[in-house]
Design a protein around this ligand. Structure first.
Ligand SMILES: NC(=O)c1ccc[n+]([C@@H]2O[C@H](COP(=O)([O-])OP(=O)(O)OC[C@H]3O[C@@H](n4cnc5c(N)ncnc54)[C@H](OP(=O)(O)O)[C@@H]3O)[C@@H](O)[C@H]2O)c1
Length: 260
C-alpha cells in the first residue's frame, strides 16, 4: 500500500510555509517543494521536531515545465500516493506590461499556471485510481478582475480560479474535491518579490498573516468548498465587481495599484 502524502508547492515562505505547519498539526505526512533548499531543510527539521509526521522536501524551480513530471516520477519511485495536492507556489510582478521583463512574465505563467495544471493532471489520475483526494489551488482576490500594473499576475489568477471551478465540477463523481483559495493582500514575501513599492493596495492597514490565511485555506479544503474568499472586504469587493461596469472596475484597480 502506497504511503499517503500531502504535497505543498511554495512551502519555503509565506502562505505555503504556514500551510505546511497546519497540515503537520493535522497529521499529514508532507512533501515540500520550492527553490530555496536551505529554507525547506530548516522547515523540515522544525516540523519533525514538533510533530510525529514524515516530512521530505525537493528543491525545484517550477518555472521549468519539466519539473512537474520529475516530481511525479520521484513520487512513483518512492511509492508515494499524493492524496492532497496544494498548488500554492506563485509570484507577481508590479510594473507596466510594456516595461516588464518578458522572461519573468513567462516564468510567472509557468509557475502560476502551467506547472499547477501539469501537477494536477499527473496526480489527479492517481487520486482517481485510489478512490479520491483533495486539491487546493491558491488563486487570489485578484482573480475576479483585470489588474493594470500587474496585468499578467491578475490574469494568471483568473485562470487558476476558472480552471479550479471547472475541474471541481468534473471531478465530483471521482470523490476528488478542488478548492480555489482567494486571499486578498497578505503579509508574506510576495510584496517584496513582486517589487511592489508603496501601492495603495499593499501599503494599507494591518494585512492578515500568512498563518491566518493558511488556517482558513485548510478549513475550506477539508469542507470541500469550491471557492473560498478570505476576508469580508474581499468577499464584498468580489461581489461588487460583478455589478460595477467593467471599464470603471479597471480604472479603480489601476488607482489602487498605483503608488501614492
Ligand atoms: N501575499 C499576498 O498578498 C497574496 C494574495 C493573494 C494570493 N497570493 C498567492 O499566494 C501564494 C503564495 O504566495 P505568498 O504570499 O506566500 O508569497 P511568498 O512568501 O513570496 O511565497 C511564494 C512561494 O512560492 C515559491 N516560488 C516562487 N517562485 C517559484 C519557482 N519558480 N519555483 C518554485 N517555487 C517558487 C517560493 O519559494 P522559493 O522562492 O524558495 O522558490 C515561496 O515558497 C502565491 O500563489 C500568491 O500568488 C498571495
Amino acid at each position: 500500500m502506497s504511503k499517503k502524502i500531502t504535497l505543498i508547492t511554495g512551502a519555503s515562505s509565506g502562505i505555503g510555509l504556514e500551510l505546511a505547519w497546519v497540515c503537520a498539526r493535522n497529521n499529514h505526512d508532507l512533501l515540500l517543494i520550492a527553490r530555496h533548499e536551505d529554507k525547506l531543510q530548516e522547515l523540515t527539521k522544525a516540523i519533525k521536531e514538533k510533530y510525529s509526521v514524515s516530512v521530505d522536501y525537493l528543491p525545484y524551480d517550477l518555472s521549468e515545465i519539466k519539473s512537474a513530471q520529475e516530481i511525479y516520477n520521484h513520487c512513483q519511485a518512492k511509492d508515494l500516493f499524493i492524496d492532497v495536492l496544494i498548488n500554492n507556489a506563485g509570484f507577481g510582478d508590479w510594473r507596466k506590461f510594456i516595461d516588464s521583463d518578458i522572461k519573468r512574465q513567462l516564468d510567472m505563467i509557468n509557475v502560476n499556471i502551467s506547472t499547477l495544471v501539469y501537477l494536477s493532471h499527473l496526480f489527479i489520475k492517481d487520486m482517481k485510481n485510489n478512490g479520491g483526494g483533495k486539491i487546493m489551488n491558491i488563486a487570489s482576490a485578484a482573480a475576479f478582475q483585470p489588474g493594470p500594473l500587474m496585468s499578467v499576475y491578475y490574469a494568471t489568477k483568473a485562470f487558476v480560479l476558472h480552471f479550479s471551478e471547472a475541474i471541481a465540477n468534473e471531478l465530483k463523481e471521482n470523490n476528488i474535491t478542488v478548492t480555489a483559495i482567494c486571499p486578498g493582500p497578505t503579509a508574506s514575501n510576495f510584496k517584496k518579490n513582486a517589487n511592489i513599492g508603496n501601492s495603495r493596495l499593499m501599503k494599507k492597514r494591518n494585512l492578515p498573516s500568512s498563518k491566518n490565511v493558511a488556517e482558513f485555506s485548510y478549513r475550506a479544503m477539508k469542507k470541500g468548498k469550491v471557492v473560498a474568499i478570505h476576508g469580508l472586504i474581499n468577499i464584498i469587493m468580489t461581489k461588487l465587481v460583478n455589478i460595477i461596469p467593467r471599464s470603471i472596475v479597471v480604472k479603480m484597480v489601476r488607482k489602487i495599484q498605483e503608488e501614492f
